[in-house]
Design a binder for this molecule. Sequence first.
Ligand code: ATP
Ligand code: ATP
Ligand code: CA
Length: 218
Amino acid sequence: MKKEFAVIGLGRFGGSICRELIREGMHVLALDLDEDKVNEYRDIASHAVIADSTDENVLRELGLRNIDHVIVAIGDNIQASMLTTLMLEEMGIKKITVKAQNDYHEKILNKIGADHIVHPERDMGKRIAHNIISNNILDYIELSDDHSVVEVIAGSKLSGQSLIELDIRAQYGCNVVAIKRGKEINVSPMATEEIVEGDILIVIGADKDISRFEKNLI
Ligand code: ATP
Ligand code: ATP
Ligand code: CA
């Protein structure tokens, strides 16, 4: 049976979770106070409803209690986030993930009983800081909130293998746009191009894909 999810709050964070869950074939109920937000998700989510999640009757009527995992992605309105979490907890929802706005909010969510608290801005900031100082990442250019171009030094794992053998685009969803070797730079390398340890690869892609690529291959 398909797992049932609900995403409450369709800002950038909640919206992105909703899209990704749908992309992975999950069933998602999307909920927001804002009519425009809900309209935006009508054709994306399995169901999209305009509702105030702080209204207990609304949560019951929507059958939230039958949902396996609820993501509370309300941002600025900390009070609404806490109240929603508390009611979901009281309804006996098995798994509740909540986006925390600050450390104080996180502390209270812990007390209320949220199963998983995420702090995307803080955590992503940390991750990116690590990437920036990582020995393998020489340079980093942010293209958008979640896409970048990075320069990484090829380690021994990559050495002697071609781009096609590594199947980077298909396996990691990122593209090697150039390879620097000494003073030479090869822009738009051929798929058959063999990488040599110490080469500098210029990689473009989503941060999560680049990070996976770096973890596994560099
Ligand atoms: P992000 O950073 O993810 O874009 P944000 O941190 O700016 O979001 P908000 O825009 O404040 O957060 O909230 C996210 C969404 O939650 C908004 O679309 C808002 O309409 C919705 N929301 C806020 N309160 C409620 C509520 N009580 N019930 C349902 N949705 C709500
Ligand atoms: P976050 O989601 O990371 O909390 P945000 O996406 O809501 O942040 P803002 O609040 O607009 O982004 O900006 C973050 C910080 O950058 C704020 O402290 C703001 O004062 C500062 N800032 C915005 N524009 C400028 C600027 N032109 N020069 C200097 N600081 C700026
Ligand atoms: Ca925000």
